[in-house]
Design a protein around this ligand. Structure first.
Ligand SMILES: C[S@@+](CC[C@H](N)C(=O)[O-])C[C@H]1O[C@@H](n2cnc3c(N)ncnc32)[C@H](O)[C@@H]1O
Length: 207
């Protein structure tokens, strides 16, 4: 049965700028695993534009799996796979056995690491380290501190509001994320400035 898929305004606003970067940085084939797909609207928007790649949505919040399914119904593409439940902190993810024909070549994570405990960021990096093949990429999108400080006051205000909602949340420092990624054999490849003081951050598994 088809429902009304959920939409959040932030994903409507950032999707075209993110797509432009993904088209440049994603490996040309394979399966893209999206960690924390949220409503599923990014998956539905990106999949038709990123052929021949397949898109594997996933979500931690089971209440959102139905919305991702609803978006899937609107995108008549066999390349948009059924969503799976995935907690980035888990030591093994339910996608580690992929079809050899369509291996996971990239992992995409949009606006999660600041709206989750630091353990979720560490789990994401560990999972990317385990799953990505040599040359595979991990793409992150969101706001960051640089060198321990906020780059703009709006991000500082946002950070304060996140921490008021949950003291474990907060805008992460890019240096700290980079150091943790290095421990998982992921090297910082590109940092791209995005609208409204967000960054696209690309890590690469050495070839
Ligand atoms: C602000 S939403 C972003 C969702 C979507 N990527 C977007 O841009 O619309 C943050 C997401 O992080 C997910 N999340 C929180 N903790 C997580 C964890 N431990 N593992 C995976 N996802 C998590 C939440 O369920 C939520 O979907």
């Amino acid at each position: 049965m088809s429902h009304r898929p959920r939409r959040v305004p932030a994903a409507e606003r950032n999707r075209s700028a993110i797509l432009e970067v993904l088209q440049k940085v994603l490996p040309p084939s394979g399966t893209v695993l999206e960690v924390s797909s949220g409503t599923g609207q990014h998956a539905a928007y990106f999949t038709p534009e990123l052929a021949p790649r397949r898109w594997q949505p996933s979500e931690f919040d089971r209440a959102l799996i139905g919305s991702i399914e609803d978006w899937r119904e609107r995108v008549p593409s066999a390349r948009l796979l059924p969503p799976v439940t995935l907690d980035a902190r888990d030591p093994v993810w339910p996608v580690e056995e992929t079809s050899p024909e369509f291996p996971i070549s990239a992992i995409v994570n949009i606006n999660m690491i600041h709206i989750a405990p630091w353990a979720a960021c560490l789990g994401l990096l560990a999972g990317a380290g385990r799953i990505l093949p040599p040359g595979g990429i991990l793409y992150l999108y969101g706001p960051y501190r640089r060198g321990g400080i906020h780059t703009v006051t709006s991000n500082e205000d946002f950070d304060r509001s996140l921490q008021a909602r949950d003291p474990q949340w907060g805008v992460r420092d890019l240096d700290e994320v980079e150091a943790a990624a290095k421990g998982e054999d992921l090297l910082l490849d590109q940092v791209i400035e995005m609208p409204v003081n967000n960054l696209s951050v690309v890590f690469r598994k050495p070839a």
